[in-house]
Design a protein around this ligand. Structure first.
Ligand code: ZN
Length: 287
C-alpha cells in the first residue's frame, strides 16, 4: 500500500511538470496516437500523449492501469478508436465525466466481429477509413480546442494528402493479388483486405488475447488444406506458437503482417508499416 501511494505521488509529480497552460490530448492506443500526432503534433501549447503504452497489441481485454487514470485526470480531450475497441470506457467516465471524447470512427460502418455481439473495429488499417478517422479527429479537436482549430484542420489536410498517395500506391501494388485468400492471426486485416480485393478466409486466433485452443488449431489446419493455402500471416505483437503448429502440420509458410498497434512512434509510422505490409503480401504471393 505504501509503495502504491509512493508510485502515485511520483506519477502526479511527473504529470504536473507538463505545464498547466498546455492543451493535453490523450489517445487510447498506438494507431490513434500516430493519427493524432499528425493532426496535433508540433502545435505550440498542444501536447499528445498515448495511454496504453505498456500494452502490446490491440486493446482487446485491456484494463486501465494506475498511470492511465492519472493521465485521464490531466487530459483536456481523449481520442478513441471507437466501435467497442475501448471496452474500458465506462471507467473513463468514472474518472472524468466531463472529458470531451472524440470517437475517430464516427460515421464509419463496421462489420460484425467473430466474437459474438461485438464489432470488428480494426478500420484504421484501410487507409481510406483512416482518412475518415483523421477528419473526425481534426474536427473533434477543433471543437474542443477552438484556439488551434485552423492548425488541426490544415495538418489533417496535409496528412490526408500523404495517405491518399499511400492508398494509390497500395492499390497498384496489391492489384495482382486480387481474389487471393489469406489467413491472418486475428481479424485485424479485414478492412485492408476488403479495400484491395483480398479475401480473409480465416483467422488463427478468435480471441487475440488467448492462445488458440487445440480445436481452433485443428480447424485452421483443415481450412488451410481445403483451400490449398500456402501462407499464414502472423503478427509481431502476438505469439507465433499456434501458427508454427499449423505450419508444421500443413507445410504452409509464415509471414509477418503488422496491424500497426505498436511501433517506433514516428509520425510516418503508419505509412512505413503499411508499405512493409504490402511488400510482405507481394513476397508471400511470389510478386
Ligand atoms: Zn485487434
Amino acid at each position: 500500500m505504501k509503495r502504491l501511494i509512493l508510485i502515485l505521488a511520483v506519477l502526479l509529480m511527473l504529470s504536473g511538470t507538463a505545464g498547466a497552460e498546455n492543451f493535453q490530448i490523450l489517445t487510447t492506443f498506438y494507431p490513434m496516437y500516430i493519427l493524432t500526432q499528425n493532426v496535433a503534433g508540433g502545435i505550440d501549447g498542444v501536447q499528445v500523449t498515448n495511454m496504453a503504452e505498456q500494452t502490446v497489441g490491440c486493446l482487446h481485454d485491456y484494463t486501465l492501469q494506475t498511470r492511465d487514470m492519472v493521465l485521464l485526470e490531466e487530459a483536456d480531450a481523449l481520442v478513441i478508436n471507437g466501435g467497442g475497441m475501448e471496452q474500458f470506457m465506462d471507467r473513463v467516465a468514472g474518472a472524468q465525466a466531463d472529458l470531451p471524447v472524440i470517437d475517430a470512427s464516427q460515421g464509419i460502418e463496421m462489420e460484425p466481429s467473430i466474437e459474438e455481439g461485438l464489432l470488428n473495429a480494426h478500420v484504421w488499417l484501410d487507409p481510406q477509413l483512416a482518412m475518415v478517422q483523421i477528419q473526425n479527429i481534426a474536427s473533434g479537436l477543433a471543437g474542443a480546442d477552438p484556439a488551434h482549430a485552423e492548425q488541426y484542420r490544415s495538418n489533417a489536410e496535409t496528412y490526408i494528402g500523404r495517405l491518399k498517395s499511400l492508398d494509390e500506391e497500395m492499390a497498384e501494388a496489391l492489384r495482382p493479388l486480387a481474389g487471393k485468400e489469406i489467413i491472418t492471426f486475428h481479424e485485424a486485416f479485414n478492412y485492408l483486405a476488403r479495400r484491395y480485393g483480398l479475401v480473409v478466409a480465416g483467422v488463427i486466433a478468435n480471441e487475440p488475447g488467448e492462445e488458440p485452443s487445440t480445436r481452433d488449431i485443428a480447424e485452421t489446419c483443415d481450412l488451410v488444406a481445403r483451400l490449398g493455402i500456402k501462407t499464414l500471416f502472423i503478427e509481431p505483437q502476438y505469439s507465433p506458437t499456434a501458427a508454427k503448429i499449423i505450419a508444421g502440420e500443413t507445410g504452409a509458410s509464415m509471414y509477418v503482417l503488422d496491424p500497426c498497434v505498436s511501433g517506433n512512434g514516428s509520425p510516418e509510422s503508419y505509412e512505413q508499416i503499411q508499405r512493409e505490409n504490402v511488400r510482405v503480401l507481394r513476397e508471400a504471393f511470389g510478386q
